[in-house]
Write a protein that binds this ligand. Structure first.
Ligand code: FE
Ligand code: CA
Length: 518
């Protein structure tokens, strides 16, 4: 018999043996719920790891692509978390109602856990049992873990490839996964599709739920969720391509856009292992947050979509790569909004960890796409908000956290870069880098033109590496002495059995900002 089978039996025995959970197998009013088919089609997940707690997630969806297929009433879901895979040492358990208003999702904050160790968890509804997930608490603040390993990923357009990168990730020994956005795509894009969304662009909560369900039915994505705790932030495609604050180039009316944003944020929350603090209130949700992993790592999660100024130099058009203009360098332009910018400055000021990872959506380093002395910038990224970037780097330069490392996604290319405050100055007149940056490529989403990127690297020496022809993700190993970043690339994301190989390795040494070949 398999370990999972044994564990499931023990879960069943443990549940039935406890008087405290005698009632939970019934729907709130009436008879025990009986499922005609498995309600745990979307798997399980965990996230928001703290030293004494972690968020456990699932969603009941026996008919995942048809609104979930649940009755319009609350259904009790039992959960338990154990120190061992066989569930012989259960340390916490409980029961939560899965509510129709939340798409019958469940977000449990399991508390009273011990720091820096693995846990196993599962759910039960009626007679149905979920798969078993594994998670890990954060090391205690004040402790000095010898090493931490995490992966970061982004941009998983479903039609453009299979999620083999996640299959590879799930097999690693990681403490954490950080997802940097574009978890779903609202629309079709790219040409060489291997599978289909089947339905059009979602605008309502029901439609966004079905889009998340489609993505989360993927077994490789489920495996990566079930293997590690995740920290997650959104980018644009969770709502609409290249949106900024309360509008996008495809929906200019703020009232109409915010209605859609509320539905999109709600569906995101329902499908991710997010803490209660991130739950949307109408069209707003606070997802920026700090997570601490002993004295080795602080992670600052940022939200650069919800509060940003409208794109510069493009009028009401799409924020593409366009010639520079005066609007771009207006001081008031913001990427994070005033409140988040002040919050981040406070976090940077008080960060004491060996490594401070700023986890945000896109490439922060300047990447001038101009030729012959003219400047052209991609207005949807930090290059469209240079003063916001300068203020962030000023904060780092002023407060000097020990080793600031920025990670990003969105660009569908691997990048390694030095972050300096004025890369336009000649190298001998420029201050040393204040931070190091790594951008993972995309899980599946098509990259930009490789030749054009290679040409851009020639005139942007702060960007040490850029490669857009490969899909995959990045791994990070942290010790007191160094940060080692691996760019992990899948050979062919269009094949179901693609395999992953290391494409490049970079290191950042303790006390020395800037990236070096590893
Ligand atoms: Fe993307
Ligand atoms: Ca994006």
């Amino acid at each position: 018999m398999s370990t999972f089978g044994l564990a499931r039996r023990r879960f069943l025995a443990a549940s039935l043996g406890s008087a405290a959970v005698a009632a939970p197998f019934t729907i709130v009013r009436g008879a025990p719920i009986a499922f005609a088919s498995d309600p745990f089609t979307l798997g399980v997940a965990s996230g928001a790891p703290r030293e004494g707690s972690v968020v456990l997630w699932t969603r009941l969806a026996p008919r995942p692509l048809e609104g979930g297929g649940m009755p319009d009433e609350a259904v009790q879901v039992d959960w338990q978390i154990a120190e061992d895979e066989a569930f012989s040492r259960v340390v916490a358990r409980g029961s939560e109602p899965a509510m129709p208003a939340l798409g019958h999702s469940v977000h449990v904050e399991a508390r009273g856990l011990r720091p820096g160790r693995p846990y196993w968890y599962c759910f039960r509804a009626g007679s149905a049992e979920s798969p078993i997930g594994r998670t890990r608490t954060a090391p205690a603040v004040g402790s000095a873990p010898a090493r931490l390993n995490f992966a970061f990923a982004s941009c998983q357009q479903y039609e453009q490839g299979y999620f083999g990168a996640y299959r590879d990730m799930a097999a690693r020994d990681l403490d954490l996964v950080v997802h940097l956005g574009d978890y779903i795509y609202e629309k079709s894009r790219g040409s060489r599709h291997v599978r289909k969304h089947e339905v059009g662009i979602p605008t309502t909560l029901a439609e966004f739920r079905d889009r998340y369900a489609l993505y989360k039915l993927d077994a490789d994505l489920q495996a990566a969720h079930a293997a590690f705790p995740w920290l997650a932030i959104w980018d644009d495609h969770e709502v609409a391509d290249d949106y900024a604050d309360d509008r996008s180039y495809s929906t200019r009316d703020p009232a109409q856009f915010l209605k859609m944003r509320a539905a999109a944020y709600q569906a995101y929350w329902e499908h991710m292992p997010l803490p209660a603090s991130a739950r949307p209130r109408g069209p707003s949700a606070t997802i920026y947050e700090r997570y601490r992993f002993g004295d080795l790592l602080d992670v600052m999660l940022l939200d650069d979509r919800q509060y940003r100024s409208q794109p510069a130099c493009v009028g009401a058009g799409r924020p593409g790569t366009v010639p520079d203009c005066a609007e771009r360098t207006e001081e008031a332009r913001t990427m994070l909004g005033k409140a988040q910018e002040a919050w981040l400055n406070g976090q940077i000021r008080t960060s004491t960890a060996r490594w401070t990872v700023v986890a945000q959506q896109t490439l922060m380093a300047e990447l001038d796409r101009g030729t012959d002395g003219a400047h052209r910038f991609w207005m949807d990224g930090w290059d469209g908000y240079p003063n916001a970037r300068r203020r962030l780097l000023d904060s780092i330069a002023t407060h000097r956290p020990r080793n600031p490392v920025v990670i990003g996604g969105d660009r569908h290319a691997f990048f390694a870069a030095d972050l300096a405050r004025d890369p336009a100055r000649p190298p001998n007149d420029r201050e040393a880098p204040v931070a190091s940056e790594f951008v993972g490529t995309s899980i599946t989403s098509e990259g930009p033109n490789a030749k054009a990127l290679a040409a851009a690297l020639q005139v942007n020496p702060q960007v040490k590496y850029g490669r857009s022809d490969k899909r995959g993700y990045a791994t990070v190993e942290l010790t007191a002495a160094k940060c080692t970043v691996g760019f992990e690339a899948i050979d062919d994301e269009k094949k179901k059995d693609g395999t992953v190989r290391r494409l490049a390795t970079f290191v950042v040494e303790d006390g020395v900002a800037g990236v070096k070949p590893g």
